[in-house]
Write a protein that binds this ligand. Sequence first.
Ligand SMILES: CC(C)(COP(=O)(O)OP(=O)(O)OC[C@H]1O[C@@H](n2cnc3c(N)ncnc32)[C@H](O)[C@@H]1OP(=O)(O)O)[C@@H](O)C(=O)NCCC(=O)NCCS
Length: 152
Amino acid sequence: MNELRPRELKMTVLATPDMVNFSGNIHGGSVLKLLDQVAYSCAAQYSKEYCVTLAVERVVFRGPIHVGELVSFLALVNYVGRTSMEIGIKVIAQAPREDSVRHVVSCFFTMVAVDENRRPTQIEPFTPSTPEERRRWQAAEGRRQKTGKRND
Ligand SMILES: CC(C)(COP(=O)(O)OP(=O)(O)OC[C@H]1O[C@@H](n2cnc3c(N)ncnc32)[C@H](O)[C@@H]1OP(=O)(O)O)[C@@H](O)C(=O)NCCC(=O)NCCS
């Protein structure tokens, strides 16, 4: 991992009563807002540029999040293009007195680095080297191709 351009980011928040929906669990919209902030932070941390959200894909709410749980957002830059990045985010929830964590959300964000005129700007390339990095890169390329975008 390049320490000057970290590709990983972790944010943990407490699920609080102001985030609940009618059923008493955490509202999906509250989670989406946090996901967008985490995706932005991860993209800006890697690119060292201001970034905008281009697309959000495959947001899967796998289970409820309860008030009082610690909710951790684990973000990783999976793919780096000329100006865009794919950020994968896995969200896990844990009740303070329990050892086990639950995987509650997964999703992929496409973020684009922009200049002062909000035009896409070139970012530092990344070459996947480990099998895990290559697997994530290829999966991101597959998702990109489905949107009709060419991979460089
Ligand atoms: C993001 C934005 C700057 C891109 O502008 P653009 O003129 O489409 O730019 P480009 O065609 O040069 O594409 C920029 C990058 O996005 C990628 N891209 C464009 N459309 C894409 C799509 N549908 N899926 C995946 N990637 C896409 C391009 O491949 C390119 O990446 P690369 O340089 O790594 O290859 C522009 O669309 C924008 O400002 N959107 C609004 C962003 C915003 O306000 N977000 C907040 C929403 S609430």
